[in-house]
Design a binder for this molecule. Structure first.
Ligand SMILES: CC(C)(C)NC(=O)Nc1ccc2nccnc2c1
Length: 326
């Protein structure tokens, strides 16, 4: 009804350039509407972040500012791209490329569990996206199936990570400032792995382990309905169950990736780089498909990226005396 599609509260420039229609997603910080660009009739997504629905003004503005700053600064095929940005006194409007496959969460829910080859293709792309974020000093901190979007309804498709609302840009500067002061009162973890880069990045590796578990098993590893323990206790103890009926068709290598990511001690947890080297992901066909999706134009940069990956794979093969690679 017209009231639901009330365009009057939108910024004038936004209204002039786009027509907003139905809601297609709701995030923790707002909602996403399907939009059409008037000049091209292109379909887009407009994410509306309501400044007021955060408890304290500080958090809201800082998180949203970080999210918008990150969205405008990152450039990777598996990270959602911002097309445009507007704001009013009470909301931010972020215009994003439309991901016609919707949320990974909905796909896993409707398909029960994904085929292992599809889960591997998606997981590889997530690893590449998070590897890019980490190499730019950004921790996502909120990786979950709702924040992984699919570019089409096909199984073989490009995925993109979204919702950097909880992200943090690694404040190396703040750590340096801390270390300049007198260390006498600083806790040990500030000096050990709990400082910014080492410790912080590992949280995304854990979340990717949970994501992979959900894609392969079709249910979450930690859930309040499992057993007597609270979900927090299950997580702190790293106690998850691979129900045989759901996991008997899943390869041991895939299970090994999950087990090495869902490790409680961040310093013992497999890193993103190590996960990219894991045997389960040394799959030429999957990688070729992923690169074709990520770099469709087949431009020089793309070819270079593929060559680098191939050389790395071949070098690893030689190092491990794998003759067939020669
Ligand atoms: C496929 C269908 C049902 C129309 N859903 C959808 O496009 N969902 C979303 C949800 C959030 C999005 N956020 C950014 C870009 N596209 C998005 C698409």
């Amino acid at each position: 009804d017209l009231s639901a599609n009330d365009q009057s509260s939108l910024p004038k420039e936004l209204r002039e350039k786009y027509v907003l229609t139905r809601g297609i997603g709701t995030g923790v910080c707002g909602e996403v509407k399907l939009a059409f660009e008037r000049s091209t009739c292109r379909k887009l997504a407009v994410k509306i972040i309501n400044k007021k629905n955060f408890k304290s003004e500080g958090t809201a503005t800082r998180n949203a500012k970080t999210e918008i700053e990150i969205l405008q600064r990152v450039d990777h095929p598996c990270l959602i791209k911002t097309e445009d940005f507007y704001q009013t006194d009470d909301s931010y409007y972020i215009v994003l490329e439309l991901m016609e496959g919707g949320e990974l969460f909905q796909k896993v829910k409707s398909q029960q569990q994904l085929k292992e080859s599809v889960a591997k293709l998606y997981f590889y792309q997530m690893l590449k996206a998070v590897q890019y974020l980490h190499s730019n000093g950004i921790i996502h901190r909120d990786l979950k199936p709702e924040n992984i979007l699919l570019s089409s309804q096909e199984d073989v498709c490009l995925i993109k990570v979204t919702d950097f609302n909880q992200s943090r840009i690694l404040e190396e500067a703040s750590l340096m400032r801390t270390l300049c002061g007198t260390p006498s009162y600083l806790a040990p973890e500030v000096f050990t792995h709990a400082s910014t880069t080492g410790y912080g990045l590992a949280v995304d590796a854990w979340s990717l382990g949970v994501l992979l578990f959900v894609c392969l098993g079709g249910y979450p590893p930690f859930h309040e309905s499992f057993g007597h323990q609270s979900i927090t206790d299950q997580i702190i103890r790293g106690e998850f169950t691979m129900v045989p009926s759901k996991w008997k068709h899943v390869s041991d290598q895939a299970k090994d990736v999950v087990r090495k990511l869902l490790v409680v001690d961040p310093s013992k947890r497999m890193t993103i780089e190590e996960a990219l080297q894991h045997p389960w992901l040394q799959d030429r066909d999957m990688m070729d498909t992923a690169h074709r999706l990520m770099y469709p134009s087949g431009d020089a940069a793309a070819t270079a990226a593929v060559q680098v990956e191939r050389l790395a794979t071949r070098k690893r093969g030689r190092d491990e005396g794998d003759e067939e690679e020669e």
